[in-house]
Write a protein that binds this ligand. Structure first.
Ligand code: AMP
Ligand code: GLY
Length: 427
């Protein structure tokens, strides 16, 4: 089977690596991909948002299946467009993707279905929003309605910061249309975890749990990033909680979309806040794709043929599939360009990858890399994802960091405390 993956990050490299192992696969393309994926796929120079370009390519090369990594193309309706042309494509429709594309849509659906979530109000103009913050006090969370590349959420710990955020979103319009409406919600105290399900519109299967590290600095300090590392499983997500989430979060969403006449097919990702001592669990947000870097710690644990699992989802026969997982822990440390998520330099030569290739149970998934003059150079904020598997979190951590220490580029930065929270729980 000829398959095209849409996207270019570490998540898409992990997807490509896993799909490349399927006996069903005859040819794998990635658009636009990155330098690291060349080992397992052919990179095609078409942007992820260029639906017409991708469609033309698929027709020309007789691509039989398209797998979409990032949220952008999904919310822009790539699935509807390709299905109309009779091309198999994996991911939710434009309607279903609103669950990530609009915080208001998602919060209102949670309210309707009584899914536990932070108390909230929606605002379309500045004054009522400011009055609400004045009344509620801080800490308080301000979220733009639309997609903002992970930068649209601010947990404000002072009233001036909250007022400044509302001003930035609604008056300065730094996120454009995405910030025309905002959600203001109660700040929750707890531990975050990512719980992702796969659904074919009727059946839902949970993937193994994971937790990412969003903040740039050690001790979870500093600004939010796309993700500095992750680990799986997340000990805070117990088996009991998984059962509860399936029943009280995932199935109500799956049933609701089915009832609305728009079955949800694809990955359904619930960003959770968990606090066993007080409220139990609440959903912070939904995403309609695999997380990045969560995919990098989930897919290496999957034992099934991933291509077969995707086909079963599209063909609505997920009820006949049992997902099997390696009983191992997996850790991912993201190597970034110093300065990320703000300004950083690129074009730095990357060394040491060949010695990492020799290590057992270690994978390197590329994000911002490219080839230059025969060598590999940095080309983004998040550069490489170093992933290690082990029996227990400590073995996984030591394998991962051992590999990290073999890699070098000028201005390389990474967090040295990935997985430490999980390690503390399990000690
Ligand atoms: P979201 O995109 O909604 O997941 O928000 C991004 C990040 O902001 C989350 O991963 C949390 O770290 C934080 N956050 C979002 N909502 C809340 C909340 N209600 N209380 C505390 N932190 C939050
Ligand atoms: N790692 C968080 C996300 O993919 O949204």
């Amino acid at each position: 089977m000829k398959v095209l993956i849409v996207g270019s990050g570490g998540r898409e490299h992990a997807i490509a690596w896993k799909l490349s192992k399927s006996p069903k696969l005859t040819k794998l393309y990635v658009a636009p991909g990155n330098a690291g994926m060349e080992d397992v796929a052919q990179c095609v120079d078409i942007a992820a948002k260029d639906q017409e370009g991708l469609l033309k390519f698929c027709k020309r090369e007789s691509v039989e299946l398209v797998v979409v990594g990032p949220e952008g193309p999904l919310t822009e309706g790539i699935v509807d467009r390709f299905e109309k042309e009779g091309i198999k494509i994996f991911g939710p429709s434009r309607f279903a993707a609103q669950l990530e594309g609009s915080k208001i849509f998602s919060k209102q659906m949670m309210r309707k279905l009584s899914i536990p979530t932070a108390e909230f109000e929606v605002f379309e103009s500045v004054d009522p929003a400011m009055d609400y913050v004045a009344k509620k006090g801080v800490p308080i969370v301000i979220k733009v309605d639309g997609l903002a590349g992970g930068k649209g959420v601010v947990v404000a710990t002072s009233k001036p910061k909250a007022m400044e955020t509302i001003h930035k979103d609604m008056v300065k319009k730094v996120f454009g249309k995405a910030g025309e409406k905002i959600v203001i919600e109660e700040a929750l105290d707890g531990e975050e975890a990512s719980v992702i399900a796969l659904t074919d519109g009727t059946t839902a299967r949970l993937l193994v749990s994971s937790q990412d590290h969003k903040r740039v600095s050690e001790g979870d300090k500093g600004p939010n990033t796309g993700g500095m590392g992750a680990y799986s499983p997340a000990p805070v997500v117990t088996e009991e909680l998984e059962k509860e989430l399936l029943e009280k979060v995932f199935m109500p969403i799956v049933n609701e979309f089915k009832n609305l006449g728009h079955p949800f097919k694809g990955f359904l990702y619930a960003g959770m806040m968990i606090n066993p001592k007080t409220y139990g669990f609440k959903v912070l947000e939904f995403n309609v794709r695999l997380g990045d870097p969560e995919a990098q710690v989930i897919l290496p644990r999957l034992e099934n043929d991933f291509l077969e699992v995707i086909l079963a989802t599209i063909e609505e026969r997920l009820s006949s599939v049992d997902l099997k997982w390696k009983n191992e822990n997996c850790v991912c440390v993201v190597l970034t360009s110093e300065g990320y998520p703000e300004e950083y330099e690129v074009g730095k030569r990357i060394a040491g990858l060949s010695s990492v290739k020799e290590l057992p149970n270690v994978h390197v998934f590329h994000a911002g890399t490219k080839r230059q003059n025969g060598g590999l150079v940095t080309a983004g904020g998040r550069v490489l994802n170093v992933v290690g598997l082990g029996r227990g979190i400590f073995e996984a951590l030591s394998r991962t960091y051992e590999a990290v220490e073999k890699i070098f580029f000028d201005n390389m930065y990474y967090r040295k405390d990935i997985g430490h929270k999980a390690a503390k729980v399990l000690r």
